[in-house]
Design a protein around this ligand. Structure first.
Ligand SMILES: [Zn+2]
Length: 239
């Protein structure tokens, strides 16, 4: 058990270093991921509004074509109106004229509605373009910064990862999994030294007998308050 514990102590040292490297990169990786997502979303919005504008333009052209045809018919009916001889013919023709004019009016108000919709989508397009530019710039500078920080720490990180790979096979799987669980729950610190009779993780004062047991290094002893694994004080963890 002594050996297992000593390896766990080693593992904690390595993991603390890896955590420090991660902290150095800070929130940049998440920020870059978030910006990439925003970029995708904004491109999607831009494409949708541009597609809508195209569809609206097509629709407007169709309606305008129809109006043109209606107007031609309207002119014909008006000419025919001079040539009518009976009241019946006259009534029939004026009815046609009114229907045709109604259709034109309706088409015109349809065009107005479409223009409004187009305006809305043009605004969305404009805003999306501005936003896209901002995101691209932000992403560019943050990616550059992240790349720089990664390259600065890459070799050190690789060394520690190699060390980690060397240590872990010699520790039992159940012990590793216990260690990982505590590590996740306790901000990366699963193994803590006893500091002046207290837990080095939560500073809970430990019974003197427990401290004696910890120093023997012959079994896994958890802090009764925070659950971290306690190790002797002379082990300077994380340095
Ligand atoms: Zn504790």
């Amino acid at each position: 058990m002594r050996e297992s514990l000593q390896r766990l102590i080693e593992l904690q040292k390595v993991d603390t270093k890896l955590l420090e490297i991660e902290e150095l990169r800070g929130s940049l990786p998440q920020e870059v991921d978030g910006l990439k997502k925003d970029l995708g979303d904004t491109k999607e919005t831009l494409k949708t509004s541009q597609d809508k504008i195209k569809a609206i333009d097509k629709k407007i052209r169709e309606i305008e074509g129809n109006i043109l045809q209606c107007n031609e018919k309207l002119d014909k009916y008006k000419e025919q109106l001079y040539a009518v001889t009976t009241n019946k013919e006259y009534d029939a023709l004026t009815h046609e004229l009114e229907t045709m004019q109604g259709a034109i009016n309706e088409s015109e108000s349809q065009i107005l509605e479409l223009m409004e919709e187009k305006d809305e989508n043009e605004e969305i397009t404009m805003n999306s373009k501005t936003l896209l530019e901002e995101i691209q710039q932000d992403l560019k500078s943050k990616s550059k910064e992240l790349k720089k920080r990664i390259s600065e720490t890459k070799n050190v990180e690789a060394d520690f990862l190699k060390k980690r790979d060397k240590i872990t096979p010699d520790i039992s799987k159940s012990l590793i999994s216990k260690y990982e669980k505590i590590k996740v729950a306790k901000n990366g610190r699963a193994i803590v030294p006893v500091v002046r009779g207290a837990c080095g993780g939560c500073f809970h004062t430990l019974p003197p007998q427990l401290v004696v047991e910890v120093k023997k290094l012959n079994k896994i002893i958890h802090c009764e308050s925070c659950g971290r694994v306690l190790v002797p004080p002379n082990e300077e963890l994380g340095n």
